[in-house]
Design a protein around this ligand. Structure first.
Ligand code: SF4
Length: 132
């Protein structure tokens, strides 16, 4: 049912790093309900879990309507711990998860990118950026 969080490697020339997912799960384990979701994400998750969208929102989406809630371990509610860190909804994981770390905010701010690289072992910064 689950697979480790990952992203198919693809060259994205404008980003000053290379990325190969190391399956650390670190991107899923930031506490504070930080995983953004949109209506299409919620609809896909609800369908995958055979829930109504209302039930899905009630169980898994924060009151603001645009973030997943945390699970008991203060990571994403869908992060499973096991022999490998896995996503319980991998086939329908939100767009933000599918596109990590190729996010506009990482391209816009080198410091944000350096912090992301410090957390995510899959990001290899271009040397001049890594030296800061
Ligand atoms: S939905 Fe899945 S891939 Fe996205 S943060 Fe949660 S566990 Fe990770």
């Amino acid at each position: 049912m689950s697979r480790p969080p990952t992203r198919d490697p693809a060259p994205v020339p404008e980003y000053p790093f290379r990325f190969t997912c190391q399956r650390s799960g670190n991107c899923c384990a930031v506490p504070g309900g930080v995983v953004r979701v949109g209506d299409a994400d919620i609809a896909a998750i609800a369908s995958h879990l055979a829930l109504t969208e209302a039930a899905c929102r009630s169980r898994f989406v924060a009151p603001g309507g645009d973030r997943l809630v945390d699970g008991p371990s203060h990571a994403c509610v869908f992060l499973l711990d096991g022999a490998e860190t896995s996503c319980a909804i991998y086939p329908v994981r939100p767009e933000r998860c599918r596109t990590w770390p190729f996010w506009p905010e990482l391209l816009a701010d080198p410091e944000v990118l350096r912090r992301a690289a410090a957390r995510c072992p899959g990001i290899q910064l271009d040397p001049e950026l890594a030296e800061g």
